[in-house]
Design a protein around this ligand. Sequence first.
Ligand code: AMP
Ligand code: ZN
Length: 437
Amino acid sequence: MHGETIYYQPAIETMSREEIEKLQVKRLKETITQATKSPFYRAEYSKIGVDASTITSINDIRKLPFTTKADLRDSYPFGLVVDGMKDKVVRLHSSSGTTGHPTVICHSQHDLDQWAMRVARSLYMVGVRETDVFQNSSGYGMFTGGLGFQYGAEKLGALTVPAAAGNTPRQIKFIQDFDTTVIHAIPSYTSRLYEGFVEMGIDVKKETNLKILLIGAEPHTDEQRKKIEANFGAKAYNSFGLSEMSGPGVAFECTYQDGLHIWEDCYIVEIVNPETLEPVADGEIGELVLTTLDRDAMPIIRYRTRDLTRFIVGDCACGRTHRRIDRVKGRSDDMFIVKGVNIFPMQIEKVLMEFEQIGTNYLITIANVGSNDEIKIEVELNTMFTDDYSKLEKLGKEITRKLRDEILITPKVLLVGKNSLPQQDGKAVRVSDLRDK
Ligand code: AMP
Ligand code: ZN
């Protein structure tokens, strides 16, 4: 497929670095002019005396302050909407926070069109064409993975099946009846879907036309991706996005599956040390900071995503020049410290995915037990596994041993039945920290 027409927008996808930076500087200046018409940025920027004229080169972005999730919450609901644009807003998306107000992102028709274009470009990059049948198994409504993919796939011209979340037998019926070739699913749902096929006695590899899975919205390891690819006999591509930056279509893997191209005509990408807030060296892990370059209702400048990743150094074999980021390792606020050891959920997932008896869902609970912190890991078994008690005990011990080697602490491992672990807003919950703060 790396033949003649691999790019959706060849001129944009293969721009030289100089061209990208020139465009970014131009768009950044326009974005600042637009953003300072909102109550939030007007107040923030006039306080420190910055405006569009502050920017003469791309590095000047560092003279601007960061925007945080707390800023969005404090300006709830419309404090970042540009004056005069409120009547032009045609949709808002809101994501629920665990504390305080949710965040709200407002879009004009122009913003939605640009978003759809980015998703279409991303889909095309992994080989989706108008001849494909695209089924979306993520929640519609406020979750951006629903409508975001819907409009992008329509723009591309695929036949779309807006199945929405849940009802696995119905998803499977649609996949078979409509000859679905591409499905978007969050990683934790793919295991439920696969189990559904097994339970219904359908060989997903032979009795469906599925060839591409788009998986994203949640951190997942390469091991989990490989497991999904092996189960479905299809390629699984990592899709990254966040509501604050519109939603899916921010960064996407190409067919080389070596990092995610982040669309630099639409975003300025920085990776900073979360403590010093200085840029990290290329290839080092830090916090992703993003600036929108083409939003007119609610531009956001230097947004601290809390997501940890790194730039992949070097050129991609696909010929696209937009830089690549590594799969997101987790959020800086997901990391937990137990007995002085820093632990990321993805380290634990990496180990769990080595076991074929394990599904893809697990929950890590940290609690005070006496004066000690303890880690409990509940792991869902996959249905195909035995309920032979001695085998389960052996498996539990083996998992515990491997986890101890990875995180240097002995966790308590509990094997639980499928579908028994909680979800929040459709996404898997990975960590529950019950310790006294
Ligand atoms: P939301 O805006 O509520 O859909 O959540 C966005 C967040 O989900 C991001 O900031 C990331 O933490 C996470 N996320 C989205 N896509 C991915 C992905 N492909 N890999 C890892 N984390 C992701
Ligand atoms: Zn590439």
